[in-house]
Design a protein around this ligand. Sequence first.
Ligand code: ZN
Ligand code: ZN
Length: 143
Amino acid sequence: MNAFRASSVAEELRGAGLRVTAARVALLETVREGGHLDAEVITSGVRERVGHISRQAVYEALNALTAAGLVRRVEPPGSPALYEGRVGDNHHHLVCRSCGVVVDVDCAVGHAPCLTASDGRGFSIDEAEVVYWGLCPDCSSAP
Ligand SMILES: [Zn+2]
Ligand SMILES: [Zn+2]
């Protein structure tokens, strides 16, 4: 069962033109199981799967997978970069000012309308980063 899952992840890596390594497979699995994880949490997830691996190797794999579009990097201002496995749909994020929880939210209306800038200035736009800030339900109901 695990072997099947691992090999399909390997297929995806190959399909994205990446060399398949145990670290990259473990990293993609870790990111997909989590919601929005920072590099520290990802490093421990990868180590749980493949044993010791240097931080440098994890960062290298993160960069390669992000560049290949298998992992998305989210950078809420004031927070460390977070990585997630939900890619390609230009969804946005809700961030709680109090506890820092990050939640996915679909595009405001229809399919990626935020990509249609009122004036694109000739850019070929492929991503619109929108962060909604506020208080999560837990924090807003706290006394
Ligand atoms: Zn909160
Ligand atoms: Zn997300």
